[in-house]
Design a protein around this ligand. Structure first.
Ligand SMILES: CC(C)(COP(=O)(O)OP(=O)(O)OC[C@H]1O[C@@H](n2cnc3c(N)ncnc32)[C@H](O)[C@@H]1OP(=O)(O)O)[C@@H](O)C(=O)NCCC(=O)NCCS
Length: 424
């Protein structure tokens, strides 16, 4: 068996997509694939005439079939201090069950990292279907994800509804013109948030004549936009679980918040008042919230909010110098960090970080390091979701003395916890 990694183009896109979906247990229609090419990949399907430089396939030359798939969408991510760096959004990873455990996934990951480096990306990020898969390639936890369910019979908001914010229910066209602009303001100020293309929005909110009314038992989307001084300042996208019904007070109706994003706290408060005010609902659920979400503190009976915390975005350093220079640090100083231990030779080495907090110079060096850790741990510490001392306590690295640990904790601490709600 010989496996070749080949690019994806118009001739093999359907086989590629069907290989991706086979490992996730469904069969894509031609129409859905074309929509994906146009919207998510932002390639004009009708005029697609050269191979994608972001999508790859593992091709078995014996059977002449695609047996593995992968790709990297184009993103930028906000890092501590507010700079945006280029991120390869790794996705579509799968190896057909007939070809498992022969190193196909590993070689595709290597190719995607190489392509990211050649393009000048500073970091790679992904959402993992299985949390044991990616630390072997140097990925670390960049953001945590909280999934929440609130029993609305037994709690409500303790805050007053703010004055000066109006909420309007809008249709999909209006939503698609106003929501991306609000999101764009938010994500530029949020550590760990990524940008979203218009294609991503179209793809995310797509509804056809059937799904508009029923999405696997749920209603179509509703869009509420908050306006402060007549300017859009926040939005809620939500739908209902209709199977259990919301038409009678004895039914167990559930309102599912797809997303609530605001650019100021008053709009956030007003949108939650709107959501809590929707009647014939027993439960509000919403996923992919940040660990520092203020809603918990806005409830009269916070115990009625159940939180499930799992891994969110995983990040992996692609260009250590670019990445380490792009964030700000909470303390000035100089530290030399060795990254090694996961066979990620493209990034392993020793790096000196010298910073006044805002301006940072990073150099690759042969000097003795102050501390050594794996790429996974540094990728994680970078965004501030985990502190170096937690990894030390977990036994993931050793230290020469506690002063080094205190120093790295202080330098890498963040004013704002990382949060990424763009799943891909
Ligand atoms: C996960 C998946 C992509 C792995 O593909 P693969 O080609 O068999 O992987 P490889 O042979 O390159 O294995 C790479 C390493 O990961 C390990 N590994 C792979 N899948 C694993 C799994 N499900 N559980 C534990 N370890 C796994 C292998 O043992 C191997 O370890 P090693 O480097 O120590 O030898 C494949 O099983 C699959 O498609 N799963 C379903 C879809 C999925 O979960 N995709 C990930 C999307 S985020």
């Amino acid at each position: 068996m010989t496996i070749k990694i080949i690019p994806v183009d118009k001739s093999n896109i359907f086989e590629w997509r069907s290989s991706v979906r086979t490992v996730f247990g469904d069969i894509p229609s031609k129409e859905v694939v074309i929509r994906m090419v146009n919207e998510r990949f932002m390639i004009d399907y009708d005029n697609w005439n050269k191979p994608s430089d972001r999508l790859i396939a593992a091709f078995d030359t014996d059977s002449e079939r695609i047996v593995g798939s992968g790709g990297a969408d184009k993103y930028t991510i906000t890092v501590p201090g507010g700079e945006n760096i280029k991120m390869a959004g790794i996705a579509y990873m799968g190896t057909l069950p007939t070809h498992k455990r022969r190193g196909i996934f590993s070689s595709m990951m290597k190719t995607l990292h190489q392509q990211a480096r050649d393009r000048g990306d500073a970091v790679a990020g992904l959402w993992a279907s299985q949390s044991l898969l990616y630390s072997r390639f140097g990925y670390g936890l960049a953001t945590m994800r909280e999934d929440w369910v609130i029993d609305t019979h037994n709690t409500s908001l303790s805050t007053d509804s703010p004055k000066g914010i109006s909420i309007r229910l809008v249709d999909k066209n209006k939503a698609l013109s106003e929501i991306p602009e609000i999101y764009e303001i938010f994500r530029k100020c949020q550590n760990g948030a990524t940008d979203r293309t218009q294609g991503y929005w179209n793809y995310l909110l797509y509804e056809d004549e059937q799904t508009k009314f029923n999405k696997s038992g749920r209603s179509g989307f509703f869009f509420a936009i908050a306006y402060k001084n007549n300017k859009p300042s926040g939005y809620a996208i939500y739908n209902f679980n209709k199977e259990s019904g919301v038409a009678h007070e004895d039914d167990e109706g559930s309102l599912i918040v797809e997303e609530i994003i605001s650019i100021d706290r008053e709009s956030n408060n007003a949108l939650w008042h709107y959501i809590f005010g929707v009647e014939l609902v027993e439960e509000i659920s919403f996923n992919r919230r940040g660990t520092n979400d203020p809603l918990y503190y806005m409830l009269k009976n916070p115990r009625k909010l159940k939180r499930n915390i799992i891994d969110g975005l995983w990040a992996r350093i692609i260009d250590p110098i670019k990445m380490l220079e792009s964030r700000t640090y909470e303390e000035s100083g100089k530290i030399t960090i060795n990254i090694s231990g996961q066979n990620q030779d493209d990034i392993e080495g020793t790096y000196t970080i010298e910073t006044d907090g805002k301006n940072t110079e990073v150099t690759k060096t042969n000097n003795n390091p102050d501390i050594s850790m794996r790429p996974s741990e540094l990728s994680s510490i970078y965004f501030g979701s985990v502190r170096a001392s937690e990894f030390y306590q977990a036994g993931l690295f050793d230290i020469k003395n506690h002063d080094i640990l205190r120093k790295i904790n202080k330098m890498f601490s963040v004013e704002q916890s990382p949060w990424c709600n763009t799943d891909f």
